[in-house]
Ligand binder design. Structure first.
Ligand SMILES: CC(C)(COP(=O)(O)OP(=O)(O)OC[C@H]1O[C@@H](n2cnc3c(N)ncnc32)[C@H](O)[C@@H]1OP(=O)(O)O)[C@@H](O)C(=O)NCCC(=O)NCCS
Length: 333
């Protein structure tokens, strides 16, 4: 019997937000990494006003207890046909239709906003299905891109990077790698927006119906301001070509309120500039800087498509190991 209500969470009401957060934390506790952001991170990030899109949080409430959590994000600057949705149900309340009901409400909200495609990420052990993967399949969300979540031990791995440094030094030629924190310097902002705008087209995304992003200096600065305000540090490695323009980037994000782990956002070297070990050079630089700034950071997480041979090789050399599958699922609404 359905006894729960679905409610939109007012993110400024900290007790409602906390209850929503706890349901999500319980639902993701079996993941092999600390996948759910720490409360101190979520309580700052989630209520912060967004200029890049619209975030909606839903709670499923049963007799005053929040038993399920839904999250919907709809981009504003590009990919306006798309909505990203995720649902989480407390393990004690599963198989009662709560996940299905939350998802139906997310889909309704997305369609009301004119979105035609919903995408989401579900996680599963390497050799098995999970409640999430079985649920997605049942809800009409086939896998559009199969990825792996990978983890690098930041305290142990750098000790083994000496031989890679030597290879990088031999291959760099007139290219340089620099690291920026928080903010891209004005002189590189147009180049950097250009890189971000072509990124999606340069990585394998399977059958995901993604369009190119469109980054402007204004959008980038907004993003930087938001990151700074919510305490998220971006360590950005950039490759500079012999002509002085940026030809690649790789970033690491880490929350100051929970610096136990960090995550790679993306890595790209423009096609005309490959073969100089720039990808791995930028990653070594960002990871070293992260370790320097946050000695308590135990691991860095990344994810990339199983078919992305180059990136997989770079990650394996650095010491990344696969910990789970990440399935990007998609449905036409
Ligand atoms: C996936 C999840 C949200 C499902 O929540 P739920 O409330 O148990 O889902 P429902 O009861 O609405 O299930 C709907 C249907 O999905 C399928 N399903 C859900 N969980 C399943 C499982 N463990 N095994 C097999 N099928 C499953 C069933 O067909 C189910 O219908 P049925 O119970 O009538 O057979 C929950 O397991 C969860 O929070 N997992 C961790 C987070 C996650 O993976 N989220 C999904 C993607 S963002």
């Amino acid at each position: 019997m359905t006894t729960y209500d679905i409610r939109v969470v007012d993110t400024r009401d900290e007790s409602l937000l906390r209850a929503w957060w706890e349901a999500g934390a319980a639902a993701t506790a079996d993941r092999p990494i600390d996948a759910w952001p720490a409360w101190e991170v979520s309580r700052r990030a989630l209520p912060f006003p967004r200029t890049d899109g619209r975030l909606v949080l839903l709670s499923a409430v049963d007799a005053g207890v929040t038993v399920g959590a839904g999250m919907l994000f709809m981009l504003r600057h590009d990919n306006t046909h798309l909505a990203e949705g995720e649902v989480f149900v407390h393990p004690d309340h599963r198989r009662r239709g709560i996940g299905r009901t939350l998802l139906a409400e997310l889909e309704r909200l997305a369609m009301a906003d004119g979105r035609t495609v919903m995408i989401g990420a579900v996680f599963a052990p390497i050799d098995a299905e999970s409640p999430g993967s079985l649920f997605a399949a049942e809800m009409g969300y086939p896998v559009a891109s199969a990825e792996h979540t990978k983890v690098l031990d930041l305290k142990e791995a750098p000790a083994h990077w000496g031989p890679i440094d030597a290879e990088v030094a031999a291959a760099l030629g007139d290219y340089r790698v620099v690291v920026f924190e928080e903010r891209i310097p004005d002189e590189y902002i147009d180049d950097f927006c250009g890189l971000l705008s072509v990124f999606i087209g340069e990585i394998p995304t399977g059958d995901l119906e993604l369009e190119e992003a469109s980054w402007t200096p204004e959008r980038l600065r907004d993003n930087e301001r938001r990151a700074a305000a919510i305490g998220r540090l971006q360590v950005i490695g950039a490759a500079i070509a012999p002509d002085g323009h940026l030809c690649g980037f790789s970033d690491v994000k880490i929350d100051r309120a929970d610096p136990r782990h960090a995550a790679v956002g993306g890595t790209l070297v423009l096609p005309g500039h490959r073969g100089h070990r720039l990808g791995i050079a930028m990653k070594l630089a960002t990871h070293r800087r992260t370790a320097e700034l946050f000695p308590s950071c135990a691991y860095v997480e990344t994810g990339n498509a199983g078919v992305n041979a180059t990136m997989n090789a770079v990650n394996a050399r650095m010491g990344y190991r696969v910990v789970e599958r990440c399935l990007d699922v998609q449905k036409r609404l």
